[in-house]
Ligand binder design. Sequence first.
Ligand SMILES: Nc1ncnc2c1ncn2[C@@H]1O[C@H](COP(=O)(O)OP(=O)(O)OP(=O)(O)O)[C@@H](O)[C@H]1O
Ligand SMILES: [Mg+2]
Length: 252
Amino acid sequence: MAEQNTPVLEVEHLSKQYKKGVYASKDVNFTVSKGEIFALLGPNGAGKTTTIRTIATLLKPTEGDARVAGFSVRNQPAEVRKNLTYLPDEAGAYKNMKGRQYLQFMAEMYAESRDQAAEFVKTAEEICKLGDRLDDKIESYSRGMTRKLLLARTIMPKPKIAILDEPTSGLDIINALEIRRMIRELAKNGMSFLLSSHNMLEIEYVSDRVGIIAKGHLLELGTPDELKSKYSASNLEEVFETVVNERESKGW
Ligand SMILES: Nc1ncnc2c1ncn2[C@@H]1O[C@H](COP(=O)(O)OP(=O)(O)OP(=O)(O)O)[C@@H](O)[C@H]1O
Ligand SMILES: [Mg+2]
């Protein structure tokens, strides 16, 4: 749950066109508070990754802006990057490195001192729970192990907000559960999260608040319970179906 109401992320009228006249995301508005887990929920092509990459300063907004810890994505991207970390959906790690070497390498990129780098590596080792396997080359890791290593890399600098695109995609139930628990625990300690997923059950379990996105439009916002009650639905899948059908009947 959000510990206090300080917005760590404020997204204001954010739009992105890759091609002129075609919106991949359109007038998206939401906020994420300290310690809050916010999830963008939508089908393939809905605009989740586009929204996330715009906030992570990897894409320039066509219209609107987003503020991370008060800094503008549009005008202060370097400041924004100091306050967030981003795990892409299809991220890879350097296969020839050993896990621990990779964490050390990434820690040195983020850290401002040797001591801080050592602290980041220690945190990452605890988070990934890979134990002795950290001394093996990443090429010998399973998909789940690689994802945990990358997640640890994303979390270790203790950003104000960690942005995780499809955090558990391709993971089995046990690994996915572990990662969801880890996210909840970190949020309890004050880290904020922006997640994306099309797995509605996962989102219902892990998120404090959800934004339903389809065809680039953020159609609904609320806690899973609020949304289920508003649409008299027993789960988020039903909410999603109703929200999209209602919008469909009104036109996009
Ligand atoms: N680099 C790009 N150039 C042109 N169009 C793009 C580009 N990336 C995404 N799009 C388009 O933007 C829209 C939104 O895509 P996006 O990747 O943001 O969706 P998503 O919700 O992340 O989907 P998924 O669940 O499949 O990851 C889609 O119509 C997609 O084809
Ligand atoms: Mg995506």
